[in-house]
Design a protein around this ligand. Structure first.
Ligand SMILES: Nc1ncnc2c1ncn2[C@@H]1O[C@H](COP(=O)(O)OP(=O)(O)OP(=O)(O)O)[C@@H](O)[C@H]1O
Length: 452
């Protein structure tokens, strides 16, 4: 055990800087949330950080202010030192091995054979597109077989259905190890069923699924047209439902849109809780990329994450594929990736070509003309409704059809902060949902901007 422990000064420093708004919530979430105190030496505080990128941001932006505050609090000239994450994980492992009782050590956690270990709630980023589904899934994991049974999670491809369903399975497997969790893609369920008929082992098949405490069937749309398997699932469903066993299904569409699917089975799905997943908005896409980067010790700058988040809005699998591609490239060429290199590397992933001929100025002019406000008001400080609305619309359109970052956009609107731009875009996104006149206005403006 080391004789120096300055953790209290570190914690107090961050607390005070947050209270004094020297660190905004956004900055805290982005850089500090994932930093952990490791230990101290005579004049150093050693911190664990997830990546070299965070380390360089910390050194450039915050070192001086943090060290000054540490000195004010402790009276010692303390400097910060950083270690990339693995050391913290190793330390936690040793600590937990030291503190665990012998019985627990003997009964080490065995991952579930059918579930991916990384599909957990901790690794699932919650945004406005999935919070209902994520909360319901957590509630199911805590109290399986009670309120939300069955649960159907539906939505388009690559939006996280399997990840959420397996998070339920992993959580129950970990915290309620006596429960038998069975996970199966619908396609395997069909094949198993056919095989059981061919080999005359139907009883074995029935037992396998009807003995489950938790039955998770992925992609049930694959059962369309499969009458025999639907029939079998119907009986399995009833047996488990009557025994209060939890069932969760995923599907690429709402049950009402399933074709060639027995009505009585559809009705069973509808009877429980149905939750849907939507494509993530810009902020959630960005947060997912940050999360996915946490485990990889590679420096990818904020600009690049913004670029990917802006240009890939289809689904999370595409988002991940783009990130993997750029990380692989960075590792292979061993040099920092600039936005230009990234654009080149990611060309194939970007759904629509980046419009280079559209400038911020052009959009500002057209939007201000449309709403009959002056350009200087659009960029200025006035906050009347007549001006803020067109200003927010202009920012939103710039984000939609160009590749300017929020920082660049903020600068062109009288030096506003990038969080203001993010907030404005979110306002418009929210209003589009509740006011049906806004979307057509935005589309009309986009058309005319692109045409001129
Ligand atoms: N909210 C999220 N946070 C972190 N990762 C996510 C999130 N949503 C999805 N992912 C990741 O995106 C990838 C695709 O997710 P998943 O396979 O669960 O999608 P799906 O909806 O089941 O797709 P499909 O319909 O093709 O089966 C996975 O790697 C998953 O970890």
């Amino acid at each position: 055990m080391n004789e120096f422990d300055y953790s209290i000064f570190w914690e107090e420093t961050i607390k005070q800087l947050r209270e004094e708004n020297e660190l905004s919530d956004q900055e805290y979430n982005m850089y500090f949330q994932s930093i952990h105190y490791i230990e101290s030496t005579r004049d150093k505080i050693i911190l664990s950080i997830p990546s070299r990128f965070i380390q360089s941001q910390l050194k450039q932006r915050y070192n001086a202010i943090i060290e000054t505050r540490l000195f004010e609090l402790s009276g010692i000239e303390l400097t910060l030192d950083f270690e990339i994450e693995n050391r913290k994980k190793d330390q936690e492992k040793t600590q937990s091995q030291e503190t665990e009782s012998p019985e627990i050590q003997e009964k080490a956690y065995e991952p579930h054979p059918q579930l991916r270990e990384d599909y957990t709630f901790d690794n699932f980023v919650v945004g406005n597109n999935n919070s209902f589904a994520a909360n319901a899934s957590r509630a199911i994991a805590e109290n399986p077989g009670s309120k939300y049974n069955p649960c159907l999670i539906y939505g388009g491809v690559g939006l996280g259905k399997t990840h959420l369903m397996q998070s339920i399975g992993n959580s129950i497997h970990k915290h309620k190890p006596d429960m038998k969790v069975v996970y199966i893609p619908a396609e395997t369920f069909i094949n198993d069923f056919i095989e059981s008929i061919n080999t005359k082992k139907q009883t074995h098949f029935k037992n396998k699924y009807r003995n489950a405490d938790i039955l998770l069937i992925d992609d049930i749309h694959d059962l369309q047209d499969k009458k025999g398997t639907q029939e079998e699932l119907f009986h399995t469903f009833n047996a488990l439902y009557d025994a209060n066993k939890q069932m969760v299904f995923t599907c690429d569409r709402p049950p009402s849109e399933l074709k060639n699917f027995a009505d009585r089975l559809k009705n069973r799905f509808v009877r429980g809780l149905n939750v849907d997943l939507h494509p993530p908005n810009y902020e959630t896409r960005y947060a997912i990329l940050r999360k996915k980067l946490e485990d990889r010790n590679v420096a990818i700058s904020e600009d690049i994450l913004e670029l990917i988040s802006e240009n890939i809005n289809t689904n999370i699998r595409d988002l991940e594929a783009a990130l993997t591609s750029i990380v692989a490239y960075a590792e292979l060429v061993q040099k920092e990736i600039t936005p230009e290199i990234a654009k080149q590397q990611l060309k194939q992933f970007f759904s629509s070509p980046i419009q280079t001929n559209i400038t911020i100025d052009k959009i500002q002019k057209q939007v201000s003309e449309y709403f009959n406000v002056t350009l200087s008001d659009m960029k200025g400080k006035k906050r009347t409704k007549q001006i803020t609305f067109p200003r927010q619309i202009a920012m939103f359109i710039i984000r939609e059809i160009t590749d300017y970052s929020t920082t660049e956009i903020g600068l062109e609107f009288g030096g506003r902060d990038h969080t203001t731009v993010m907030h404005s875009c979110q306002r418009i996104e929210d209003r589009i949902k509740t006011d049906s006149t806004i979307e057509p206005t935005v589309q009309e403006l986009i058309r005319s901007i692109k045409e001129t």
